[in-house]
Write a protein that binds this ligand. Structure first.
Ligand code: SAH
Length: 318
């Protein structure tokens, strides 16, 4: 299985090269960062955080109806096409439980764990499929930033709700309230195991992008330290999600998480076994020169999934 060969999702709005002329129309500040690549095509310098931020502003405005989007300096600037792919892939996954049709609209409830300063998954999921979200965050500054984004885009009111997670060691406890039912949970976990590891990876990334060390890019590229790392890295974080998900087996139909390191998969599969999930699967994704994957699991067999959906619709279709 060669996941790196896989292309961007067929429903993605980012299948074509960026149309910088149109993007500059909606975000004129982007213009200063546009340059030609060796093939003579327009691009930007992806090692400059402000350039990527403005590209995101333009993409979110053009494709996702987001009129104001700002995140604090030093926080993770999410690559939009990759985040959109996650959403499209889990829409396909959900269709499997909904008679092979992607369910849309506000009655589809999604829990986004660690939504970040950008609130990126809820923005895309709500726009593409009309799903409603509860989004959690432990970092106060990121939480406030996500709040500002929602306040600046009134049409998102009532569609995305933010909940602060007071205990970083808890994933679902304290945020899912009694009787709530979610079709999906999503997560892009903090992926490094220490601030040093996060910094080293950032240095490598910048070096690959610029072929020379660029100090200002290095200090700006990565997210805020607690956004990018947690003790034990993504492996520990994902193991925690899986272990804790067992207590919410009847609250969430499909749990999902991004797994950015191939080497994490082995311990993920052990954790899934230990939790006695009914079914799990790995969905490979590939964008640009980076490949990644989503791991999804459910505790419910097809009969229980049907009951879950019926019970949920009784609750929310009133
Ligand atoms: N979803 C965003 C941000 C991912 S970074 C994106 O895809 O770009 C991971 C986020 O998880 C960080 O913002 C971090 O503060 C948050 N986080 C860490 N532990 C958490 C927990 N227990 N519950 C909720 N969020 C958590």
């Amino acid at each position: 299985m060669s996941d790196s060969k896989q292309k961007i999702h067929s429903r993605s709005k980012h299948k074509q090269n960026y149309d910088f002329k149109k993007l500059v129309e909606v975000c004129p500040d982007l213009k200063q960062y546009i340059k030609l690549n060796p093939k003579g095509l327009e691009t930007i310098d992806f090692s400059i955080p402000n350039a990527v931020k403005l590209l995101n502003t333009a993409l979110l405005k053009s494709f996702y109806n987001i009129n104001k989007w700002e995140i604090p300096t030093g926080y993770l600037v999410p690559p939009i096409p990759g985040r959109a792919d996650y959403i499209h892939h889990i829409a396909d996954l959900l269709a499997k439980s909904y008679n092979k049709v992607i369910p849309k609209g506000k009655n589809i409830k999604v829990l986004d764990i660690g939504t970040g300063a950008s609130c990126i998954y809820p923005i895309i999921g709500n726009h593409e499929y009309g799903w409603t979200y509860v989004a959690t965050e432990v970092d106060e500054k990121a939480f406030n930033s996500a709040t500002n984004i929602l306040n600046s885009n009134q049409h998102l009111q009532g569609k995305i709700e933010l909940r602060f997670q007071k205990k970083p060691e808890d994933i679902f406890k304290g945020v899912i309230t009694k009787g709530e039912m979610y079709d999906l949970s999503t997560c892009n976990p903090p992926f490094h195991s220490s601030a040093e590891e996060a910094q080293k990876a950032t240095n490598r990334k910048v070096k690959n992008l610029t072929h020379k060390k660029n100090k200002s890019a290095i200090s700006n590229f990565g997210g805020q330290s607690n956004e990018l790392w947690c003790e034990g890295g993504e492996r520990r974080f994902i193991e925690d999600i899986i272990r804790q998900s067992k207590n919410y087996a009847n609250s969430v139909l499909w749990f999902t998480t991004l797994v950015s390191k191939q080497s994490t998969l082995r311990s993920v599969s052990l954790a899934l076994k230990k939790a006695s999930v009914y079914k799990s699967l790995t969905i490979n994704m590939g964008q640009g020169n980076k490949s990644s994957r989503i791991v999804a699991w459910t505790f419910l067999n097809p009969e229980k999934q049907k009951q879950f959906i019926e019970l949920k619709s009784g609750k929310y279709f009133k």
